[in-house]
Structures are given as structure tokens and as C-alpha cells.
Ligand binder design. Sequence first.
Ligand SMILES: NC(=O)C1=CN([C@@H]2O[C@H](COP(=O)(O)OP(=O)(O)OC[C@H]3O[C@@H](n4cnc5c(N)ncnc54)[C@H](OP(=O)(O)O)[C@@H]3O)[C@@H](O)[C@H]2O)C=CC1
Ligand SMILES: O=C(O)C1=N[C@H](C(=O)O)C[C@H](O)C1
Length: 256
Amino acid sequence: MLKIGIHGSTGRMGRMIIENLEEDLEANAAVLHAIETFSFAPPKEAIITDTVTALCEHSDVIIDFTLPVGTEALLEAAIKSPRPLVVGTTGLSEHQQNLLKEAATQMPILYSTNMSLGVAVLNRLVELASKSLREFDIEIVEQHHRYKKDAPSGTAMTLGEHAARGRGLELNEVRVSGRNGMIGERTKDEIAIMALRGGDIVGRHTVGFYNDGEFIEMNHTATSRNTFAKGAIRAAKWIVNQENGLYHISDCLGLN
Ligand SMILES: NC(=O)C1=CN([C@@H]2O[C@H](COP(=O)(O)OP(=O)(O)OC[C@H]3O[C@@H](n4cnc5c(N)ncnc54)[C@H](OP(=O)(O)O)[C@@H]3O)[C@@H](O)[C@H]2O)C=CC1
Ligand SMILES: O=C(O)C1=N[C@H](C(=O)O)C[C@H](O)C1
């Protein structure tokens, strides 16, 4: 039985993962990291801790859905006590992304801003479309629930990176994050990523390719958070058998 540690066990994703593991015959939510108390009954047999050190020491693999500062603390502890990791937290700073790469030299880490199969395939389609439709303007819109803290979403940023890569561009050099006032005409290479927030939208991403006379819009809608939870558990079972290094959900799904 694989002992899965959950970092962020009281959150929307943490709770969904625990629910899935309650019926799993191969793995269980063995160690739960919680800062606050639970608003639900955690599994009776699980160890509950508020230290990342204990989380690392008692888990075979750890799944992280927290805040960037939480992921950073986990990576620092895991560097001292290496464990396979699955990280889904978005909004990581450049420093935190570098820490992720450094940690991956000492343990296998799967990092993905979206754990769904649909988005893994969409990333590829976007890169292909961007390359093939060179004259088309690219605009990305993401929509999420009112509780989401980071913007734009990690998924939208990753889609933007694929769109930029299709044209040999760097996203951070061409990204536009808002438009207001007399800003002038749209420039050829810019890729806008706009964020909408409201209600209980689980996650919706649209990548549009617009030209004179025609446009294509590719849309992915997550209708249940369970899609991400199942993806993360699948990733946890897969990452424990990998060599040290940084992986993506597309590696686990065999898309590479
Ligand atoms: N990659 C993917 O497929 C997906 C990624 N996400 C990402 O996962 C993250 C979490 O999302 P969600 O579950 O909705 O968020 P929630 O706000 O519901 O949960 C966040 C969890 O992190 C805990 N936490 C907060 N700060 C820290 C800290 N410093 N150290 C350790 N734990 C901490 C919270 O504990 P407490 O409540 O006690 O403060 C809570 O358990 C976000 O970045 C989101 O974008 C979400 C869905 C899918
Ligand atoms: O916060 C969320 O809910 C989600 N976050 C991820 C992101 O930022 O892309 C993935 C998914 O869209 C849900």
C-alpha cells in the first residue's frame, strides 16, 4: 500500500484527493499536513501533522496543492529528506520554479499546472496551431471560481508558453495582461492572457486564433475538480517509479 502524504489536506483539492483515496486499494491518504483544523472527518488511520519535515519522513510520495509559499517550504524540507513529489500548486515565482528544478536533482518531481488529460493534449494542439497559423492573433481567456487566489491561472500561463513556443517567442516578452484606455492597435506578436472570476467555475480555458475572415477557438472546460484529483493520484503512483528529475503530467500519460 502506497502511503500518500497530502500537503494542503484541508483545501478543495486536498479534500477531493482524500475522498478518492478512501476507496483506493493501492494507496491511502496516510499523512495529512494541515495548518488549520479539519471541517470534515479525516481518515482515522492517517497521521496528522503541521510540519513538512514529518510529512516528508512518513510519506512514500507527497501531493502538494497549497499556496506558492507552502510549496516552497515543502521543497526546502524535501531537499533535506528527499521524497517523490507531485506538485499542482500554481502561481510559483521564478525563485520557487528554480527551487523546484534544484529539488528535482535529488528526487523525482512531477509538476503540472493542470492534471487533466484534456489540457495535456490542448497544450500540444495550441503549439501546433500557433506554428501553423502564423498570421493569426492569439488571445487566451481563463475563467475560475471566486475563491481562486492567483491570476492568471497556471494553466493559462502554460498554454501561453506553448503558444509562444510555436512561434519561437518567449511568453514573458510578448504577454499582455490587461487592456484599458488609448493603448493603440494590437501588435503582431502579443499574446493576451485575461482572467475572469466568478461563482463556482471549476476551470475553463479558451485559446483563440483570430485572422481576417476566420477564427478558431479551442476550449477546455473542467466540469469537476475530481478530474484534477484523479490525475494527481495517477501521477503519484507513477512518480514513485521514476528516476530523479522534473516531469510533467504528459510524461505520466505517455504523451511524450
Ligand atoms: N494543477 C492542477 O491540476 C490544479 C491546481 N490547483 C492549484 O492548487 C492550489 C490549491 O488550490 P485549492 O485546493 O483550490 O486551494 P484551497 O485554498 O482550497 O486550499 C489550499 C490549501 O493549502 C493550505 N495552505 C495554505 N497556506 C499554506 C502554507 N503556507 N503551507 C502549507 N499549506 C498551506 C490551506 O490550508 P488552510 O486552509 O488551513 O489555510 C489549504 O489546505 C492552487 O494553487 C490552485 O491553483 C487547483 C486545482 C487543480
Ligand atoms: O485554482 C484552481 O481551481 C485551478 N487552478 C489551476 C490553474 O491555476 O490553472 C488548474 C485548474 O484550472 C483549477
